[in-house]
Design a binder for this molecule. Structure first.
Ligand code: WT7
Length: 649
């Protein structure tokens, strides 16, 4: 990918935000960490591993004798669940709330570390009674309820690997994942609450389990109380089996490389990839990054990550990182607009949330709903705001800081992936002078850079592909059952380097700006133009709430830029406005980036994790029949968009 000189002012963002003085003065991590890690990267990680309690301290940090198959802390032994729960109780923090659960219908409950220890122990005993053993795989298909965390930790406690399947996925998706992982147990619920109604989960599990071999038992949490079909001898109520267990369970110490979980990522083509994460290195990096990037003070902070447990963000920053650090956190079951569009802010106010971690797509939705909604709530407890999942447009970043963070909270834009296991590139809230829209620098102990097609590192100001140049503790160990695919997907594009699949550029200070997946780069008249950059330019126009840009085949230019925009409430859809938007982009990015067509639409097609499905928009823009729409949150969105086409300029 070569940088087009006429686009060299892309994303020129002059605004800078220094860390608040009080936060900087008391920050968990200072600028010194970068120096220390640079001087001795492995020594730095060996020191971070001491945040954990090991049954056998590791003497070896990294075994890279068979790259890219890494072993971290290989001769160490630990129990992950003990680290997330028991040790906090032993340290005298048993009364500290681990989870403030907020159900969608408004039910709530606080679970202390002491209570969590009992729950996890009972569940571990129950799994053992059912016959789950070290090394087995357990599929988890649950709503956002505390039992999801308990189930994950119970697996970890007995050395079984969990594979959480997002509660919005179909029977098909569950079946493929159960099969690929050869799971012998599924943990599910009757249902969960979604948009004000109970939404069933068990029927999808029943259908999936009927189709695959090897699942002996299904544990069912009662959440909604709705009717369920029951298979005698296979189905067991969670409360019945766990309540009769003793609350004592002695955690066994496992090797640091014991598999902890498999999490499937869909990718653009082919069958889902089972990303394998292991124990010691994973927990070290999730705990360290949660401590460093959020500046977590476990005695006083109330942390809230709004992700679902079915995504890696929920694994690393609801279950493992925060609990390893003894944090108090909020867990919310439902959607942001049930029963009203201020629900998130009501929750922040109710629990005095100090650290909030959410996604750009959610932030843009709040922007669209209006500034007056968060303004009705007391958000003054907040002190650090995080973003993850896709590049955050500068306008959304600024809105987040201003309307949620009272124009004082640092915003940390954290770049990472299911595969990286933990955050990799992010500002540090007490150190970094923040730039809206940039993830900025690799965290201490992480090595990343941007290279061109020939694998040469680009100079400051250049653009290309993001690569990770050194192994890191929470890296994926392989793709479950498919080492070759692991090599081909991540390690074959650039020799000796991990290819993340993202386009990126370095600015004049060497800070990194993520430009989206490389599949989302358009080639217009021989110039590479990133969809993210054009989208950011569109969203910086006062009439645009959200934008999705695709390259559509074009006879003259190869690809032509087609933009789908959601207008803000007050903006009227006129020919003038469309003309205005085109010149706005042209002014911001140069005439080459001017969209050929701009189509105002009511909604954009998104996956359940909030990623825009550009593939479908490309189908529309190229007048093709739509491809697979099964992973869309709402498949009627595409019908609406297609009705827009005849009027397209
Ligand atoms: C892809 C990974 C990391 C947990 C959630 C997503 C994009 C993620 C950022 C960010 C720009 C980002 C990348 C990455 N992404 N965070 N802060 N800035 N892009 O996990 O589903 O594995 O997706 O999400 O394209 O490769 P995932």
């Amino acid at each position: 990918m070569t940088e087009n000189p006429s686009l060299s002012n892309l994303l020129r963002e002059e605004r800078r935000f220094a860390p608040p003085a009080d936060l900087a003065a008391n920050a968990n991590v200072t600028a010194e960490a970068y120096e220390q890690a640079k001087a001795d990267r492995l020594g730095f990680w060996a020191e971070q591993a001491r945040r954990l309690t090991w049954a056998t301290e590791p003497t070896e940090t990294l075994d890279w004798s068979n790259p890219p198959f890494a072993k971290w802390f290989a001769d160490g032994k630990l129990n992950v669940a003990y680290n997330c729960v028991d040790r906090h109780v032993e340290a005298g923090h048993g009364d500290r709330v681990a989870i403030h659960f907020e159900g969608e219908p408004g039910d709530s409950k606080a679970i202390t570390y002491a209570e969590l220890k009992d729950e996890v122990s009972r569940a571990a005993n129950a799994l053992t009674e059912i016959g789950v053993e070290k090394g087995d795989r357990v599929a988890i298909y649950l709503p956002m309820i505390p039992e999801a965390v308990v189930a994950m930790l119970a697996c970890a406690r007995i050395g079984a690997a969990h594979s959480v399947v997002f509660g919005g996925f179909s029977a098909d998706a569950i079946a493929t994942r159960i099969e690929d992982a050869s799971a012998k147990l599924v943990i599910t619920a009757d249902g969960g609450y979604r948009r004000g109604k109970p939404s069933a989960l068990k029927p999808a599990v029943d259908e999936a389990v009927a189709r695959v071999d090897g699942v002996d038992k299904v544990l069912v949490v009662r959440r909604t109380g709705q009717e369920v079909d029951w298979t005698e001898g296979r189905d067991i109520w969670w409360h019945e089996i766990t309540q009769k267990q003793p609350a004592e369970h002695t955690p066994e110490a496992f090797d640091a490389e014991q598999p902890l979980f498999i999490l499937y990522t869909s990718g653009t083509t082919g069958k889902p990839k089972g990303i394998l994460h292991t124990s010691g290195g994973y927990l070290t990096q999730t705990a360290y990054t949660h401590h460093a990037v959020f500046d977590l003070k476990p005695e006083s902070d109330v942390y809230w990550c709004t992700a679902d447990i079915g995504w890696v963000t929920g694994h690393s920053y609801i279950t493992y990182g925060p609990l390893a650090n003894g944090a108090t956190q909020v867990m919310y079951e439902g959607t942001p607009d049930t029963p009203h569009q201020g629900r998130f802010w009501e929750i922040v106010q109710k629990y005095g949330v100090t650290i909030l971690y959410t996604a750009p797509t959610v932030i843009r939705m709040f922007m669209k709903w209006g500034d007056d909604i968060p303004a009705k709530f007391d958000l003054s407890s907040l002190r650090v705001l995080g973003s993850v999942g896709e590049p955050i447009n500068p306008e959304a970043w600024i809105w987040y800081r201003k309307h949620i963070g009272a124009d004082k909270c640092p915003v940390v834009d954290t770049w990472w992936q299911t595969e990286t296991g933990s955050m990799m590139i992010s500002p540090l809230p007490g150190v970094t002078e923040a730039k809206p829209g940039s993830a900025q620098r690799p965290l201490p102990g992480i090595s990343a850079t941007v290279v061109d097609d020939e694998a040469n590192e680009v100079p400051d100001g250049g653009g290309g592909y993001l690569v990770l140049t050194e192994p890191w503790p929470s890296m994926l160990r392989t793709i479950w059952g498919d080492d070759q695919r692991f090599l081909d997907t991540y390690w074959s594009r650039f020799e000796g380097r991990y290819f993340a699949g993202d386009g990126a550029k370095k600015d004049e200070d060497g800070d990194i700006w993520l430009l989206g997946r490389v599949d989302d780069v358009m080639l217009v008249s021989g110039h590479n133009i990133s969809t993210t950059e054009v989208e950011s330019a569109l969203v910086s126009h006062p009439s645009v709430a959200e934008a999705a840009v695709v390259g559509a085949a074009d006879e003259t230019t190869g690809q032509a830029i087609v933009a789908f925009v959601i207008l803000r409430g007050s903006a009227a859809e006129t020919a003038d406005l469309v003309g205005d938007l085109r010149s706005h982009v042209s002014k911001a990015l140069g005439p080459i980036a001017k969209p050929k067509r701009i189509l105002p639409v009511a909604e954009l097609p998104k996956t359940r994790s909030g990623k825009i499905m550009r593939r479908l928009l490309r189908d529309v823009a190229e007048n093709r029949e739509l491809g697979d729409v099964t992973t869309l949150t709402d498949s009627t969105v595409m019908d609406l968009i297609q009705t827009k086409l005849p009027s397209a300029a």
